[in-house]
Write a protein that binds this ligand. Structure first.
Ligand code: F6P
Length: 546
């Protein structure tokens, strides 16, 4: 490992320089910045890998970016990045390499960890996935009664669900419309019931996706699915035709009753939230076909190479990550909105929530001490224009500063009349309104009654990035995924936190395992609980049993 944990954030010289710079800049508005520099709208932009990134509507100058880049350098970003690509165990607390970049490496690239090139294994699984996807798509793979599979149900949760469902929705345009795709994640029986009620067991394939193959939600749903399937098909032998598994845990897969010949593996160097391009993407590959899937991987790989080899100052995901840090640290921004102006990206914000917050929602540094600064903001969002008629009021006139990522496309995949120009005019208008607002003088000039003027003023000075991309393709989706992954990486490096473990999800899981038998027995709840939890258990049992 070349990376060493740097000095505490606020003691780094570049941080202190940034702090002073911020004090000078904090009162300067975006209106003033644009007035002072006529070229700002073209100079504070970056074009990389076919993506146009406009960051001119941020409360930064070129000097801010230089200082942020200096901070990234002092934070060891380049070393940590080299260690990731070099297969070092940068997931320190789990002693694991972090190599999702290998999932999209071309066949001839060598990426090694622990003295072993992992790329041939990646392609072996991709080839098996491709052959299987082709069999399902062509109808060659038949169910137990000889009928072709027409419905694919992915059972998984977290990284074993959010990536697949996001990618399916995002790439629906490219999908085989004769196939139905469903995604069951919640242990709430309603999820399974609603997603399967209209499916024909004879033509339904379940993909049980779980890295560990121990997750309560997924295992419960998988058993229910098996019961559902066998109740109709009446024969254990049907499992082999209607269930496949995606996992790193062959033993548990075979204990469940799935033949490991029907298992697609991956490796412990793929984190759950970074796994949508591992075998966890099997449903995506069946939906869009192996060639489109290869494009998805190619898009991510192009961004991986950009991230790995472009100087930090021109490095798109690095800038994205540094901007998030800038607002979190200096403006106290507690959230970050991601607002894609493309209906197909409706689940992209939900996908990003796990990617960003499970990665960087942490208060302990890699050095094992508690931070004295904020880390990951809350990521959230909805596709435009729907959000405009809902929460945008708060972004424009609320008391919180919310940096926004707008994602816009030059072409619609469904060109209908003027729809796309109307959609895109809205995204540009929103960025403009947020940045420059409307002054009291402008409001008065519109003839607004004096008592209404304060309500109609927009302070502006609200930051946004705009991505302008040609059109949503599998390749572009791969790029977007990798951009946010490496932005998360950059943020983690600056905050000196480990972005690749997730200990914070464990306690609730452990306590649930204690509560389950208590809900299922008549005895008094354990003394170890607090009085509130005990009373909730008693009341739940009483209400359920009457
Ligand atoms: O609970 C969090 C988590 O461990 C995620 O990191 C992971 O994506 C999810 O659960 C599902 O885990 P698995 O794929 O092992 O079922």
């Amino acid at each position: 490992m070349t990376y060493t944990v740097p000095a505490p954030l606020r003691q780094r010289p570049a941080f202190q320089a940034l702090q002073q710079h911020f004090e000078r800049l904090r009162e300067t508005t975006l209106t003033e910045m644009f007035a002072a520099d006529a070229a700002r709208g073209t100079s504070l932009t970056l074009e990389a890998e076919g993506i146009y990134f406009d960051y001119s509507k941020h409360r930064v100058t070129a000097e801010t970016i230089d200082l942020l880049v200096e901070l990234a350098e002092e934070s060891g970003l380049a070393d940590l990045r080299a260690d990731m690509f070099g297969g070092e165990h940068i997931n320190i607390t789990e002693d694991r390499a972090v190599l999702h970049v290998a999932l999209r490496a071309p066949r001839d690239q060598v990426i090694s960890t622990d003295g072993h090139d992992v790329v041939p294994g990646v392609h072996e699984v991709l080839d098996r996935m491709g052959a299987f996807a082709d069999q399902i798509r062509s109808g060659q793979w038949t169910g137990h009664t000889g009928k072709p599979i027409r419905a694919i149900v992915n059972i998984g949760i977290g990284g074993s669900d959010l990536g697949p469902v996001m990618a399916y929705e995002a790439l629906r345009h490219y999908s085989d419309r004769d196939l139905t795709f469903r995604f069951v994640s919640n242990v709430d029986g309603t999820d399974f019931a609603e997603k399967t009620h209209d499916l024909d067991p004879e033509q339904t394939l379940f993909i049980v996706s779980s890295k560990t193959f121990t997750t309560l939600e997924t295992m419960t749903n998988a058993h229910t699915a098996r019961d559902w399937s066998l109740a109709a098909l009446g024969d254990e032998a049907a499992v082999a035709k209607h269930f496949v598994a995606v996992s790193t845990n062959a033993e548990a897969v075979s204990a469940f009753g799935i033949d490991t010949a029907n298992m697609f593996g991956f490796w412990n160097w793929v984190g759950g939230r970074y796994s949508m391009e591992s075998a966890i993407g099997l449903s995506t590959m069946i939906a869009i076909g192996p060639e489109n899937y290869a494009q998805l991987l190619a898009g991510s790989h192009a961004v991986d190479e950009h991230f790995r080899s472009t100087p930090l100052r021109e490095n798109l995901p690095v800038l994205m990550g540094l901007l998030t840090f800038w607002y979190s640290e200096f403006f106290g921004a507690q959230t970050q909105a991601v607002l894609p102006y493309d209906q197909y990206l409706l689940r992209f914000p939900a996908y990003l929530q796990q990617l960003t917050m499970e990665s960087n929602g942490k208060y302990v540094t890699l050095g094992g001490v508690k931070v004295d600064y904020s880390t990951c903001p809350v990521y959230w969002g909805e596709p435009g224009t729907n959000g405009q008629h809902s929460f945008y009021q708060l972004i424009h006139q609320g008391t919180l500063l919310i940096p926004v990522d707008f994602i816009a496309f030059a072409h619609s995949l469904n060109p209908l009349g003027d729809h796309h120009d109307y959609l895109t005019s809205n995204v540009f208008a929103q960025g403009e309104a947020l940045a420059f607002g409307k002054t009291a003088e402008q409001v008065r000039a519109e003839g607004v009654a004096e008592e209404l003027v304060p309500f109609k003023v927009f302070e502006g000075n609200r930051p946004s990035s705009t991505f302008l991309i040609e059109k949503l393709t599998p390749y572009v989706l791969g790029q977007l995924v990798a951009l946010y992954e490496h932005s998360v990486f950059t943020q983690g490096a600056v905050w000196s936190i480990g972005s690749f473990d997730q200990w914070g999800v464990e306690l609730g899981k452990q306590l649930a395992q204690r509560v389950i038998p208590e809900l299922q027995s008549d005895g008094e709840p354990e003394l170890g609980h607090d009085s509130s939890t005990n009373e909730l258990i008693r009341r739940y049992r009483a209400a359920r049993d009457t």
